[in-house]
Design a protein around this ligand. Structure first.
Ligand SMILES: Cc1cc2nc3c(=O)[nH]c(=O)nc-3n(C[C@H](O)[C@H](O)[C@H](O)COP(=O)(O)OP(=O)(O)OC[C@H]3O[C@@H](n4cnc5c(N)ncnc54)[C@H](O)[C@@H]3O)c2cc1C
Length: 505
């Protein structure tokens, strides 16, 4: 064993939830050690370099950056509010949803979106009004629900939170059917489905509302790109006395004795210890790091959850072409080839058919004028869609050449869709093209089964894994122990900090 150090807190992983709680603890005088397996911090929000380009691995736009939002409040609490600033995507249309060639611009605020759709679909006023009335009601209750539910909140719930109680077990599709929503509008209203990676027939209706409400309050991109945001937080931790962030330090064992963690061992043969431990690693994967901890059967069962699905991602460097002339700008584009989003997800996830996929298209170089991710005059286009981890895993384990062939075939199919619908001749303008499968997510971000958002966001999994564990000095925080997304994980990291600070003043 190598060096031994004693810290107040040891955090495994530098995903956004880990960085948030780490930065808060460090700025409040705790000695914090963070251990990260990868050579770059940030988890899904890390940035990697390819030639002259820098791509953020998975994060494209975030919420919670305005006053009262989680990211805004976190940065203020650690003294970074002036260092990290945000560009708001076009409030009049921060997401453009294109269904079978018809484009819909989603504006900030439910009432603007409702009025825009009522104008375009006057014959469907009834289901549209029913949808927006309910969505606004649920969003209003969500804003009032206490983060820590107490017994008197539960007693008052039928009066204070009637909609949350009524719809907590509903899927979005059940609500669509209930109000007889026409098919085209079903697709438009679920047009941001990739933000939770589930089709209407599976996503929790409450979760759908929470997500579109959050983005509707403001969708943001960091003015100096995601790497600057992450680097600023990491630097903040590193500059506090007695704190460190060590990269390429993969924890391979959490050592538990008499019901307490006494240290962790890394793959490179070092051992570190602290008073308290926080795992930013997926909860089930954390259990596997401490196989001898004697986890109670009930807890093991609690962590036997279903993961959200994974993604196929393309990172493209574009030259001698202005994407603004092809429908891109200060917004994302969601491409759906037809009206039936449920069928698209089934085709891609169950039949492994990506011949006509839905696509999420992001253009970070059009969200800020700051340099740093592409050569002058070049632009970046990022593309993502859903696909099945198990399929790619089996293919690569069986036949690596077949895996590569399929990866390239999907890439070419996506190019064909992009050229036919948005940018004719795109391939002639590509100075960089990189593709990632679910295995890329699993390998570089250590996400089990390449999952995008932790546990699948279905009604059955609406309640999240607790921060506390059966081991007294071990806590968890991430997309599953808390909420996914940058806004969600930052909020979770802040809540864990408040809980830790309460009994460790
Ligand atoms: C395709 C895609 C698109 C997305 N787009 C957006 C978006 O536009 N906006 C948004 O807000 N969110 C988006 N998300 C979701 C968001 O990125 C995640 O919810 C969030 O970043 C998860 O943070 P986390 O704290 O759970 O940690 P993670 O990002 O999962 O990071 C965990 C970290 O722990 C490290 N680790 C794991 N095991 C070990 C170990 N044994 N030892 C040491 N370190 C270890 C990993 O290397 C990693 O760095 C997207 C996700 C995907 C996949």
């Amino acid at each position: 064993m190598g060096s031994e150090s004693v810290y107040d807190y040891l955090i495994i992983g530098t995903g956004m939830a880990g960085l948030t709680v780490g930065a808060l603890l460090a700025s409040h005088g705790r000695k914090v050690l963070m251990l990260e397996a990868h050579d770059t911090p940030g988890g899904y929000a890390h940035t990697f370099a390819m030639g002259d380009y820098r791509f953020c691995a998975q994060v494209h736009y975030i919420f919670g950056c305005g006053p009262g939002g989680s990211v805004h409040d976190f940065l203020a609490r650690v003294g970074l509010a002036d260092t990290v600033s945000w560009n708001r995507l076009d409030p009049d249309g921060f997401d453009h949803v294109v269904v079978a060639g018809e484009r819909f611009r989603i504006p900030s605020g439910f009432s603007s979106f409702r009025d825009r759709l009522l104008q375009r679909f006057p014959q469907d006023a009834q289901p549209l009004r029913a949808y927006f009335d309910t969505v606004i009601g649920i969003a209003d209750e969500l804003a009032r629900v206490p983060l820590e539910l107490r017994w008197h909140d539960l007693l008052a719930a039928p009066f204070r939170f009637p909609k949350l109680l009524r719809y907590r077990t509903w899927t979005l599709q059940r609500f669509y059917d209930h109000v007889h929503m026409p098919q085209r509008l079903q697709a438009v209203l679920a047009g941001q489905s990739g933000d939770y990676l589930l089709p209407p027939e599976q996503v929790s209706f409450v979760l759908h509302v929470s997500l579109i409400d959050n983005y509707g309050r403001g969708a943001y991109y960091p003015r100096k790109h995601f790497f600057h945001f992450i680097d600023s937080v990491v630097q903040k931790i590193r500059e506090q006395p007695g704190c460190a962030v060590l990269l390429e330090h993969e924890v391979q064992r959490i050592v538990v004795e008499d019901g307490r963690v006494v240290g962790v061992e890394t793959k490179n043969g070092q051992r570190f210890s602290a008073r308290r431990y926080i795992s930013n690693v997926d909860p089930a994967a954390t259990l596997a790091l401490a196989p001898d901890a004697g986890w109670p059967a009930r807890y093991r069962k609690r962590l036997d959850y279903e993961y959200s699905c994974s993604t196929y991602t393309m990172y493209l460097g574009v030259k001698d072409l202005d994407l603004r002339e092809h429908g891109f700008g200060s917004w994302n584009v969601w491409h759906y080839p037809h009206d039936d989003i449920n069928r698209m997800y089934r085709d891609q996830l169950e039949r492994h058919d990506l011949s006509n996929p839905w696509l999420f298209l992001a253009t970070p170089t059009l969200h800020t004028d700051q340099p740093g991710i592409a050569p002058p005059g070049h632009q970046i286009l990022e593309v993502a869609t859903c696909c099945d981890y198990a399929h790619f895993r089996a293919l690569r384990d069986r036949d690596r050449a077949a895996y590569t062939k399929e990866k390239l075939a999907i890439r070419d199919q996506i190019f064909a869709v992009l050229e036919a619908n948005y940018v004719p001749g795109l391939r002639k303008h590509l100075a960089m093209r990189v593709a990632g499968t679910p295995l890329t997510n699993a390998e570089y971000c250590r996400s089990p089964m390449g999952n995008a958002y932790g546990t699948a966001l279905t009604p059955l999994q609406l309640s999240r894994v607790d921060f506390e564990t059966p081991i007294r000095n071990l806590f968890m925080v991430n997309a599953t122990a808390g909420y996914p997304s940058i806004g969600g994980t930052v909020g979770s990291g802040m809540r864990l900090y408040d809980r830790l600070a309460a009994d460790d003043p």
